[in-house]
Design a protein around this ligand. Structure first.
Ligand code: 1CP
Length: 343
């Protein structure tokens, strides 16, 4: 189906656009009272994510309510380990927990890989329903965690500031880490291809824990697997968002990806110099800027747009929107992008 608003896809491909497209990472599950109403009607996050009609409903809410230029499918990066045979629980107010973690080669060998993506039919069904109900209004984004970030949760078992158990594996048993990373990579490639076949117009890799690795470790344990995924996904544009990995931008510039996400530590001008003109940049307003006054948000948004310039830019925050952000402030950001970037 022809999209009515394909600004984001055109910007991803480097085509000229009437204005800069805008969406927010984590726009679907964090800030809207309308989301909380749906969430409170079920037992918890997992039931919501695994019920395709409801996942589709909360995916579309930010398009209706906030006016963003893309929807992102409501799911989580941790559905991949679960499909591979490592189930997660979502603890209220705390976050994810894996009762069983990966500690040995036997644990890795026991994981599914070749057909693990078949366990995620509920995601593909949610994508199909979302596409139908979006009716071509805006593109739908699919996503997955980057292999390193997924390994971090599978080994650590839960969120952490340092992920030192996961990092310990990189130093103590690098071969074990590589065998796990390759299995996650193989599953992720099939998962993203099936998301695209179901209707996702672009897919984003979230490497949320990129910034806790040294540049050399990042090369060895993360970037090369991201490169494999980029080479394998030829059916739709790919975005790499590696939080804190400014040191990897020159590598990403060479990959078969279309868009590179920047966090707010990365300077637009410097990043553009490193990456060159061949990729679209996405980002990168500090999510905390949305705690400022409406005037401050408009000023900061204008500064961001001026720094990136009119071409090859998708406006976004530098990481997911924080849960206690006022939706009116989010709308102010979105409206400011639309107003200041019109050409
Ligand atoms: O929020 C949305 O727009 C909906 C889709 C979505 C996405 C894109 C969710 C739902 N999760 C994600 C990605 C995700 N999940 C990432 C990558 C992006 C990022 O860095 O923010 C990561 C690291 C996770 C893992 C995760 N899931 C965490 C972080 C844990 C930690 O290490 O601190 C948490 C708290 C979750 C739970 C979760 N995921 C999504 C929702 C709506 C929730 C809250 C669960 C609930 O409602 O109880």
């Amino acid at each position: 189906m022809q999209l009515k608003n394909d600004l984001l896809l055109r910007a991803a491909r480097g085509e000229k656009t009437e204005r800069t497209p805008v969406w927010l990472m984590r726009q679907a599950g964090r800030i809207l009272p309308e989301y909380r109403a749906v969430r409170n009607s079920v037992s918890g996050f997992k039931e919501l994510a695994e019920t395709p009609e409801l996942a589709a409903e909360v995916t579309i809410q930010p398009v209706d309510i906030l006016g963003v230029d893309a929807a992102i499918i409501f799911s989580d990066i941790l559905v991949v380990p679960e499909a591979m045979g490592l189930p997660y629980e979502m603890i209220e107010q705390r976050g994810p927990l894996f009762p069983k973690t990966i500690q040995s080669q036997a644990d890795v060998d026991a994981l599914r890989s070749a057909d693990a993506h078949l366990e995620l039919e509920y995601v593909y069904e949610a994508i199909r329903i979302t596409k139908k109900n979006l009716n071509g209004r805006v593109p739908l984004l699919g996503f997955a965690g980057a292999p390193w970030t997924i390994l971090a949760y599978m080994v650590e078992g839960h969120g952490s500031k340092t992920f030192s158990k996961a990092k310990k594996m990189l130093y103590a048993e690098p071969e074990l880490a590589h065998s796990l990373l390759q299995k996650i990579t193989d599953t992720t490639i099939k998962y993203l291809k099936t998301q695209i076949a179901a209707g996702a117009n672009l897919v984003q890799l979230f490497d949320s824990w990129a910034g806790i690795l040294s540049p050399a470790q990042y090369q060895e344990f993360s970037a090369r697997y991201i490169a494999q995924i980029c080479d394998a996904i030829t059916e739709a544009p790919v975005t790499i968002f590696a939080k804190g990995a400014f040191f990897a931008l020159s590598d990403f510039a060479k990959y078969n990806c279309d868009v590179i996400g920047l966090d707010w530590n990365m300077d637009a001008t410097t990043s553009r110099q490193i990456i060159g003109s061949g990729k679209t940049l996405q980002g990168n307003l500090d999510p905390c800027a949305l705690y400022g006054s409406f005037d401050t948000i408009r000023t900061e948004t204008k500064k961001m747009l001026d720094a990136f310039g009119p071409e090859r830019h998708i406006a976004n925050l530098g990481h997911g929107v924080y849960p206690d952000t006022d939706p009116e402030k989010v709308r102010c950001f979105i409206d400011a992008v639309k107003e200041f970037s019109s050409r």
